[in-house]
Write a protein that binds this ligand. Sequence first.
Ligand code: FES
Length: 160
Amino acid sequence: MPDETLHLPLIHRVLEREKDTPGALLPILHAVQESLGYVPEVALPEIAHALNLSLAEVRGVVSFYHDFHTTPPARHTLRLCRAESCQSMGAEGLAAQLREQLELDDHGTSADGRISLRPVYCLGACACSPALELDGQLHARLTPERVRALVDGCLEDGSC
Ligand code: FES
């Protein structure tokens, strides 16, 4: 795990810029995540102090919204579409397969930082459901075999 205190100068710059904005908590959390790829633990007391909130309030908001991540981003991100068209074409079965293959929950990141799973709600490929996006690349008309091969290929390539 990297030394998160290295992120403090950036966090302080965000706080200085945003703290007087009405409803500043969400914009601050988004700005930190946009810059760092996640909201590090070290940011929470700084944000709480700057906004005169309790640490529990800040932590509660971070954990309530699945969009906020509390661990550094993985090297690979797999976003499986869970919206209606993909659901009707077997996305829930693929989600279960991914959870089992990767031993992660739907929003999980592997302990070695190699891959994150994220649900997404429509990738604009409904006519070719079910679909997923792996590192920004769309894959559609998925089958369990194709999903397994995609994940195996991703985990086996030298960049993982
Ligand atoms: S519902 Fe999955 S791509 Fe649109």
